[in-house]
Design a protein around this ligand. Sequence first.
Ligand SMILES: C[S@@+](CC[C@H](N)C(=O)[O-])C[C@H]1O[C@@H](n2cnc3c(N)ncnc32)[C@H](O)[C@@H]1O
Ligand SMILES: Nc1nc2[nH]cc(C(=O)O)c2c(=O)[nH]1
Ligand code: SF4
Ligand SMILES: [Mg+2]
Length: 207
Amino acid sequence: MAHHIPEDGTLLPLMEEFYTIQGEGYNTGKAAYFIRLGGCDVGCHWCDVKESWDAELHPLTSSDDIAAKADTFPGKAVVVTGGEPLIYNLDYLTKQLQDRGILTFIETSGAYPLSGSWDWICLSPKKFKAPRPDITPFANELKVIVFNKSDFEWAEKYAEMVGPNCKLYLQPEWSKASTVTPLIIEYVMANPKWEISLQTHKFLNIP
Ligand SMILES: C[S@@+](CC[C@H](N)C(=O)[O-])C[C@H]1O[C@@H](n2cnc3c(N)ncnc32)[C@H](O)[C@@H]1O
Ligand SMILES: Nc1nc2[nH]cc(C(=O)O)c2c(=O)[nH]1
Ligand code: SF4
Ligand SMILES: [Mg+2]
């Protein structure tokens, strides 16, 4: 049976939720509650959460309950991730969170229309299903995953599409880190508008 997911965003397929430290990008090091929604058809062959892809495997959960649970933790910031969270209408969830004084951060490929009210948008564009161009001016952070040399060109293409204050990160693809990290280091030293982002939670052995 396919999920019937209401379009008003009051129910969302929740894979997992956990309180941890944001491991990547601009907000690295900050305590945050992660809300991981199921469902993604972008198809990155190196995706580190393939278990999220099939939305049917993840129970429809009340957005009110998700927001209430998020509010029980001392760190008043939430990272909505997935899967691809923008498959869903996130207006309702983010309103519930912001009404409680919780900061809303999103991790997205940008492949679906932007919904929700966000304090921080991390756009991580993918070649396998490119972002919709209309999201790029709203990105606070561009985080390009580097799997091979060709990803630097892809990164520069998106750097031209984001706004002037957008932070620019290059993050090694985890399985290729030993070969691509030296390339990123060299690239950032030569092109210092970019910074390196590491998946620090994987070094810290935390979720
Ligand atoms: C699992 S994705 C979920 C959110 C959204 N679908 C996206 O791709 O932005 C969360 C973040 O992890 C990054 N990521 C996924 N697999 C990775 C890997 N193998 N190595 C490095 N970063 C990875 C993504 O690019 C994204 O920035
Ligand atoms: N600690 C931690 N930081 C993260 N930043 C982005 C993540 C994600 O999977 O979206 C992630 C994650 O899974 N864990
Ligand atoms: S877009 Fe995100 S969740 Fe989807 S396959 Fe790529 S990294 Fe994984
Ligand atoms: Mg992750």
